[in-house]
Design a protein around this ligand. Sequence first.
Ligand SMILES: *Cc1c(COP(=O)(O)O)cnc(C)c1O
Length: 381
Amino acid sequence: MIKKSYLLTPGPTPIPESVLAASAQPFMHHRTPEFSEIYMAVTEGLKYIFQTDQDVYILASSGSGAMEAAVVNILSPGDKALILNCGKFGDRWIKICNAYGIAATAVNIAWGEIYTKEQLKEEMGRHSDIKAVFSTLSATSTGTVYDIQGYSEVVSQTETLLVVDAISGVGAMPCPMDEWELDVVISGSQKSFMTPPGLAYISFSKKAWESVERSRSPRFYFDARTARKSLQKKTSPWTPAISLVIQQMSSLDIMQTLGLEQLFEHHRILGTATRAGIQAMGLSLLSKNPGNSLTAVRTPAGIDGTHLVKTMQSKYQAYIAGSQAPHQGEFFRIGHLGYVGGFDIITALSALEMALADLCYTCERGSAIKAAEEILKENWQ
Ligand SMILES: *Cc1c(COP(=O)(O)O)cnc(C)c1O
C-alpha cells in the first residue's frame, strides 16, 4: 500500500497546507517595514488568543525557552517558588528553577489526578514568602486540565505571582489572561497554533513587570526588558525566526477568522468524540479531568503500551504519543489539538482498533468508530 502518514500527537501538531505554503515566498529581511507589519500583526493576534491587553513577546525557541524566560525574568536566586508538579512539564519547572538557584518547593500531583484551589490555599498557608506559583493549564503528559481560574482566586489576593504553562491549552480551551488575572502566560507555536515548532510566546501582567524590573537572575537572550524596548520599535532584539513568524501570521488568520469561541467548541467536539470512542472500546482514561487538547488512555492489561504505539506508527503510520518516564508503556496519548478535523479522530480510533487487534486485544471492531461518529454527526457544523 502507499504509505500515508497521520500526525496525531499533542505537539507538534499538523500544519494547514496554506500555512506550509506561506513560508515558500521570496525571502525578506526582518528590519524592513514589510516585516514589521507582519511582526506586529502576529503580536496582535497572540494578544487576541491570550485574551490580554499586555504585549505578547515572540521568542525564537521551543516552549521550554518561554518557561526559562518566565523564571529568569520574575525571580532572583534564593527566591521561593511553589511548583504544582502535575507531570513531565511540571517537573521541568523544577529543573529550571534549580538551574537558577530558586528555592523551589514541589507539590507532587499523581499523574492524571486533579489539584483543587482549596488544596493550593492550604499549601500556600504552610509557606511564607512564596514569590511565584508555577502551574500548567493542560498537562500534556497526562491530558489533564487544571483549575487555573481557581488558583488565581487564591494567588491574586497575595503578592505572589501565578505563572501558567498554557502551551498545549491556550487556543483550545479558555484561559483569559486578563480576566483571570494571570501574571505570566506562556505558549508555543507547535501546539494549538498550527505552526511548526520553534516559536515560544510569553506575556507578563503589570504585577509581573514589577518583578521583571527587580529580578537579579542572570539573563541576556531572554531579558524581557530588551524585548519590550524592541517591540516599542515594532521589532525584536535579535534576528527573529522570520519564516515561522510568517507562518504564524497565516495560521493566526485562520484562528481569528474562526474566533476563540468556535476554536473552543471545535476542540470540545473532538475531545468528546475521542473519549466516547475510547470508552466504547472498553478502555479507560488516565485523567480525572480530561481536557480537549489530547486524550490519555490507559494501556489495557496484557498489552505492552510501547509496542502498541510502535505498531500504530510503523504498521499504520498513525503517529500517536506514548507515555513519558517514569510511566513508559502505562498509557498512550492521542492528540486532537490545532489543525485536526473530525475525520482525523476516526482515523486515530480506527488505527487503534486495528493495532489492538494485532496485539490480540478483543473488542467489537468498529465500536469506537460508531461512538465517535455519533458525537461528530450530532455536532457537525
Ligand atoms: C510542549 C509543551 C512544553 C514545551 O516543550 P518544548 O518541547 O520545549 O516546546 C511545555 N509544557 C507543555 C504543557 C507542553 O505541552
